[in-house]
Design a protein around this ligand. Structure first.
Ligand code: BG6
Length: 424
């Protein structure tokens, strides 16, 4: 089916860093010759200057429209430019801040750019708390059915995240130990060695809990806990993740960690800033399969390393034993399990070794944004966040948000700290 992709915010940071390179890449495959792109901006721009080198295929399928996105009348002109045929589909990608996004959705809807062959691609944040997320979802629902809404959480589209689903769905072996009988605790962590990189305006009102923990980490947790039916089908994954999140109890603020790297206040020029650059929560599921297993989520900037991992710690059968299954989402994408083996030699000593799966060195993994575009074109929703998941995640974290809003206690840590110095 011919696809027309309209991008709002085409000259913005996300678009130039992620979206356009991804589009350029998928166009090179030759599998998307029926895709054309319309960039929307307030002023004329030079697309070639925004694109990576060697993007001829994309340049050849690109057109632009300049418009005032706050003016309702302009959307009728946009509709004429799009001229969507009944046998075509339209993807409208909003790569703009939330306030602008709400207005654009309203004006698109009023202009009738919401027919059933239209899909709406939205970027996070999906609200800043439960009530704003409800408002945002309700507002979008006035014009677009949930089946038309594609909420982007690029962590869901990462190759190794999808590999957790494949690993669980494809290897019955692990289904027998995927429960509280065998698992001691689960850690989901996303650490970054960089700080906020000058994104003060975005980060100050946001913080680590909203920026990474509420979306990216909750999604990784949901994928780890969700039920994987025997007849596994990827199309059911959104619903399975939502079910897993429904079983998680509201977070206990007394076990949450709120911390800030020591140079942060100087960096943002706010000596009283209470914005956390590190956040950790300890959750519990009341699902029979998971009762009693601590679920630890942690994320931080200015840490000792970049590491996004899901770690499954299995119960020990004797003191020295430390079986741990690690999904390394990035960097060094791999799956590893630490096992005991006999140390070579005359003695009966044990040693820890690692069994691992890694991609061959020259494997090129698609960028998450390539996957997002391809899956939106093909109507595959498993890498997008459903409204129920978004709402449930906020609901789980609400007690922590409320406690932090009412408190002026925050820990400080030196840049380069390691995770366990903060969560003990
Ligand atoms: C974004 C956050 O969603 O994810 C950033 O807004 C964070 O603060 C980024 O740095 C991390 O993404 P990745 O893919 O580099 O792990």
């Amino acid at each position: 089916m011919r696809t027309k992709l309209v991008i709002f915010g085409i000259t913005g940071d996300l678009s130039t860093r992620k979206l356009l390179p991804a589009l350029s890449q998928i166009m090179k495959t030759g599998d998307f010759d029926d895709l054309s792109v319309i960039g929307v901006s307030r002023h004329d721009f030079d697309l070639a200057a925004l694109l990576p080198t060697e993007s001829e295929q994309l340049l050849g399928r690109f057109s632009q429209i300049t418009m005032n996105v706050s003016d309702a009348a302009e959307y009728h002109r946009l509709k004429d430019v799009i001229a969507l045929g009944e046998d075509e589909q339209l993807l409208v990608y909003l790569s703009v801040p939330p306030a602008a996004s709400a207005q654009i959705v309203e004006l698109l809807g009023q202009a009738g750019i919401n027919t059933s062959n239209t899909k709406l691609l939205l970027e996070k944040p999906f609200g800043i708390d439960l009530s704003s997320a409800e408002t945002m979802i309700g507002h979008v629902a006035r014009y677009y059915d949930e089946s038309q809404v594609y909420r982007i959480d690029h962590y869901l589209a990462k190759e190794m995240t999808q590999n957790i689903v494949a690993f669980r769905g494809g290897n019955a072996l692990f289904s027998y130990v995927w429960n509280n009988q065998a698992i001691e605790k689960i850690e989901v962590v996303a650490l970054e060695s960089i700080g906020i990189e000058g994104r003060t305006d975005f980060y100050e009102p946001t913080g680590a809990l909203r920026d990474v923990l509420q979306g990216h980490l909750m999604q990784l947790l949901a994928i780890t806990l969700m039920d994987v039916p025997h007849e596994f089908d990827w199309s059911g994954v959104t619903e399975l993740r939502a079910q897993a999140l429904k079983a998680i109890a509201p977070a206990d603020p007394t076990t949450a960690v709120r911390a800030q790297y020591s140079t942060y206040r100087d960096e943002v020029g706010n000596p009283e800033s209470m914005t956390e650059t590190f956040a950790a929560v300890r959750l519990e599921s009341h699902d029979e399969q998971w009762k009693g297993v601590p679920l630890i989520l942690a994320t931080g900037k200015a840490m000792d390393k970049k590491a996004t991992e899901v770690r499954i710690h299995f119960k020990k059968s004797h003191e020295a034993q430390t079986n741990c299954l690690i999904f390394r989402i990035q960097p060094h994408e791999s799956v590893e399990i630490e096992v005991f083996t006999k140390k070579p030699g005359y003695e009966r000593e044990l040693q820890t070794q690692t069994l691992s799966f890694m991609y061959p060195e020259n494997t090129v993994l698609p960028d998450a944004y390539e996957q997002v575009i391809v899956d939106a074109i093909r109507s595959r929703k498993s890498v997008f966040a459903g409204s129920e998941e978004v709402l449930r995640s906020w609901e789980i974290l609400q007690p922590v948000q409320q406690a932090w809003a009412a408190s002026d206690v925050i820990r400080h840590y030196d840049a380069g700290s390691d995770l366990y110095s903060l969560i003990g």
